[in-house]
Design a protein around this ligand. Structure first.
Ligand SMILES: Nc1ncnc2c1ncn2[C@@H]1O[C@H](COP(=O)(O)OP(=O)(O)OP(=O)(O)O)[C@@H](O)[C@H]1O
Length: 255
């Protein structure tokens, strides 16, 4: 093993989860990594969405990972210095499908943790596909996860499905660090706020999890363009700096 749980070269392994797809989990993972890096933290992102990876594209990391001097796999490094491992890096074309059954997905996730030479990290963020199937189970059971961040959006349906994810984390004795409410509102240039997906349910999420609300994030159309062109690190918004600050402080308290 190039990097085992025992040596704790990675100080905190944090899984980012949601029960429902499309709530912005990958985006929150990416931007949390960017804000933590801006604070001077050593950060890695493991894209645990093996069949639908999006992290590499968001950061514009191209090329195949190489062998590291000590025999592990060298992760790709973003412009801002974030280490990244994603299934897309192993595909000839980005659009090639990964048609794998659960055991192969689980095996890839384990290898992305143990065979990748992550080096010394303050945070390894693990972006997971939605739901409670193989990938989230593998991460919770086979990786030394220190905490879970739950991402949701204000729709009631999203909250209901997110509850399944919360229950899974509890069943597997995981620690929920906090919740993030994404796509909570849209703010016009003259400061008017619209709750496009309905009223905030952050308070409900907090009472469901017993964990703090780490972030209440706006919808920002400019994000899609930046993510699609691999320039997520150029994005700056106060809401994400606050998210990173709350995340670091909450972990300090829970440790
Ligand atoms: N706050 C936001 N403002 C604007 N666009 C957003 C926001 N959050 C997410 N998006 C966009 O919504 C889309 C879905 O986001 P993302 O891929 O992060 O969701 P996900 O929950 O990881 O989805 P998946 O089901 O693939 O796991 C992306 O195009 C992303 O750029």
């Amino acid at each position: 093993m190039a990097n085992s749980a025992a040596d704790r070269k990675i100080k905190q392994v944090i899984a980012i989860m949601s029960g429902k797809g499309g709530v912005g989990k990958s985006l929150v993972t990416g931007l949390l990594a960017v804000s933590l890096r801006r604070q001077g933290q050593r950060v890695g992102v493991l894209d645990g969405d093996i069949t639908g990876p999006s992290i590499a594209r968001m950061f514009g990391t191209k090329g195949q990972p190489t062998k590291s001097p000590n025999g592990g796999i060298e992760p790709l490094v973003s412009k801002g210095g974030i280490k990244i491992m994603s299934m897309n890096m192993f595909l000839e074309r980005e659009s090639d499908p990964v048609v794998w059954r659960g055991p192969m997905v689980s095996s890839a996730i384990k290898q992305f943790y143990s065979d990748v030479d992550w080096g010394e990290l303050d945070y390894l963020l693990v972006d997971l596909p939605p739901g409670t199937s193989d990938a989230p189970m593998t991460v919770m059971q086979a990786l030394p996860v220190d905490g879970v961040v739950i991402v949701s959006s204000p729709q009631m349906l999203a909250t209901m499905i997110v509850m399944k994810c919360i229950n899974m984390v509890r069943q597997l004795k995981g620690l929920i660090v906090g919740v993030v409410e994404n796509m909570a509102y849209f703010e016009t240039p003259n400061g008017e706020r619209y709750e496009i997906f309905g009223p905030s349910n952050g308070t409900e999420l907090v009472s469901m999890t017993g964990a703090p609300l780490l972030g209440h994030l706006p919808i920002d159309p400019s994000l899609t363009t930046l993510c699609d062109s691999g320039r997520v690190e150029e994005y700056y918004a106060e809401a994400y700096e606050e998210l990173a600050g709350n995340f670091v402080n909450t972990l300090k308290i829970k440790r």
